[in-house]
Design a protein around this ligand. Sequence first.
Ligand SMILES: [Cu+2]
Length: 325
Amino acid sequence: MHAGLKITTFAAALAATFGTAYGVGKGLGPVVEDSTPPRHESHSEASPSPDGGGGRAGREAEPAGGLQISEKGYTLDLETPRVAAGRPAGLRFVIRDDSGRAVTSYRREHDKELHLIVASRDLGTYRHLHPARAADGAWSIPVDLPRAGGYRVFADFTPEKKNAENLTLGADLAASGPYEPQPVPAPNTTARIDGYEVALNGALRPGTAGELTLKISRNGKPVTDLQPYLGAYGHLVALRSGDLAYLHVHPNGEPGDGTTEPGPAVSFTATAPSSGTYRLFLDFKHDGKVRTAAFTVRAGVAEAPATAPDGEPTDVHESSGGHGH
Ligand SMILES: [Cu+2]
């Protein structure tokens, strides 16, 4: 219950504010450096919304997750922006507060202080990692990226501070080596990994919460003994093709709540911030091992986008922001 509610709120906030962020991004590029935003004061992230009254889904111009390296006074300082493809490497980074100090206290979410996602720009490579933090706030984790190219690193965390919100900061990472750009994999509703088959049902819809159900089987038999992983039977991350906007989606229900079964189906509620192509990555744990199933889905293609006729002003740019018309 709690997790589902939280995600819905998060998704609503994204959907409500994405248009503004996109508009800014058009002018300035996908990474908007705002380490000295004109309106942000050091207490802005800690003060309740003064005029919204409705909490997080208010109208404050919040960017979509992962598109910024710096947000709400916090900055992702990636100290290793270049690694070599195909070789074990180490990632090191620090989360800094608005005075430049390394953040050393975090609120645990899903068993961890910080979740690190590394994804290639073409969405062919995905890693969900849990780095170790030194007492001084320096995070580190070994990583092995198979292919050269551009990557995005996402840090998903909540500072331990009154009223602090969950943040996803993103930074660019380059893997050196011969680079061959790849297209995003074609849309699929079945993914295979290590002898498991995962079937995706449901649709990702722009601006509207939709249910996604992932059904896991092995050798044709439904898997009914999934193991809890980070307090859930599955973790789902959605990344938008084109700019890698990040959406962390958690399941409906959790292990031990009396109603949630350990498979074969894991259900999520998700809202796409816009129409477009998304890559979904499901982490699930079985027989002691975490595996990732990946899907490409299109949001909003089957439904005619509600474009405003005759240049009527709209408060979101969702329907005009993608590759459609
Ligand atoms: Cu994680």
